[in-house]
Design a protein around this ligand. Structure first.
Ligand code: 3HC
Length: 325
């Protein structure tokens, strides 16, 4: 079902309707769920919003791994709140996708069967407490860089979900940076852990923005429809420009000797991530892909009785309502 919905972006839509639609997009209007939209637009949104929702849900796993091992009660409470926020983000995004005519069950099944992706970053393990700092600082930092422009995306429900998500992501990023600051200014062992976490998360964070522009399949059409507001490389550059001075402030070293301010372009030069690794990870061959899907599969199966109970309750309520009318 999901495959049918997103299989082809080629459109048989009426050219006059398409032109009128594009004029609305160009004029900066928001498109709402019940309004006419090209099939390709709807499919692209289902793919992107659905994958984004899955990323929020799967993204709870690497950090959930550390809730019971947080070093203080305060850190535990903060981490717990952050992970709960991610669950909330997933739910807003599934709701936004549902307005396009796909159910949450269909999206979940597409994730579990491997038809739908989630962000490559969550296929890397979180090995030490410093990784909680690196994830908050870099991963949530990259997510904000990508998502702030999406507050202006053309599809109303997606843009509105992004406003709240971005506020919460800013808190997440700050809490990650705060952990890094404590570690970087702690004992030599703690500073070494912070550096090690930066070393492991740097390139995977750069990969979050997607392949380089020349290999990005969807960017051109998605930008014409204002589903995406920037290219992958533009956002990656902005992220590097923001992050390098933050690493300097921490007294940590970006694990890329090519990082150097380039006066002419007004940004840092840096090395590309290993794109072979990226494509392997999104094909399912990253360090934690199997473990992440297994965890989601188990959660789906364990929750079946609850979903069944809710449906039975709703059916009973409907019957009672009909009888009363
Ligand atoms: N991880 C997994 N797959 C990726 C990817 C990544 N980092 N980057 C690109 N891809 C996939 C695309 O989905 C596409 O595959 P598909 O055709 O099977 O869907 C393929 O690689 C080609 O890439 P494109 O550049 O053509 O794809 P897009 O135009 O969709 O751009 C994107 C990719 C920039 C990630 C875009 O989809 C986007 O902006 N998505 C919304 C934001 C999002 O999903 N963020 C997830 C981050 S994690 C998060 O938010 C959780 C927070 O708590 C940290």
């Amino acid at each position: 079902m999901y495959a049918q919905m997103v299989k082809s972006e080629a459109s048989n839509d009426d050219p006059a309707l398409l032109a009128a639609f594009q004029a609305r997009i160009d004029a900066g209007e928001k498109i709402e769920p019940k309004e006419w939209m090209p099939e390709g637009y709807r499919k692209t949104l289902i793919r992107q919003i659905g994958q984004h929702a899955h990323s929020e849900i799967v993204g709870q796993l690497p950090e959930g791994n550390w809730i019971t091992r947080a070093p203080t009660l305060e850190r535990k409470a903060i981490l717990l709140a952050k992970v709960q926020d991610e669950a909330g983000h997933g739910l807003y995004l599934y709701c936004a996708a549902e307005t396009l005519g796909v159910s949450r069950d269909e999206l979940t099944e597409a994730l579990l069967s491997g038809k739908m992706k989630y962000s490559s970053i969550f296929n890397y393990p979180t090995l030490t407490w410093a990784d909680m700092g690196a994830v908050g600082w870099l991963v949530d930092g990259a997510a904000i860089m990508n998502q702030v422009p999406l507050q202006r995306t053309s599809f109303g429900p997606y843009a509105r979900a992004m406003v709240r998500i971005c506020k919460e992501e800013s808190f997440h990023q700050r809490q990650g940076y705060d952990i890094m600051m404590k570690m970087a200014r702690g004992t030599p062992e703690q500073k070494a852990m912070a550096q090690d976490a930066l070393n492991r998360f740097w390139y995977p964070s750069l990969m979050m923005f997607g392949p380089s522009d020349k290999d990005s399949v969807h960017s051109a059409q998605s930008m014409a429809w204002k589903i995406k507001m920037n290219t992958n490389d533009e956002l990656r550059q902005k992220f590097v420009d923001q992050t390098v001075p933050q690493a300097e402030y921490l007294g940590l070293t970006i694990p890329d000797p090519a990082v150097k301010w380039n006066e002419e372009k007004g940004g840092y030069d840096f090395s590309e991530p290993d794109w072979t690794e990226f494509f392997e990870v999104i094909k399912g061959n990253g360090p934690c892909n199997a473990e992440r899907i297994e965890a989601r599969q188990k959660a789906w199966e364990d929750g079946a009785w609850f979903r069944d109970g809710l449906m039975a309750h709703a059916a009973k309520q409907r019957t009672a309502q009909v009888a009363a009318e």
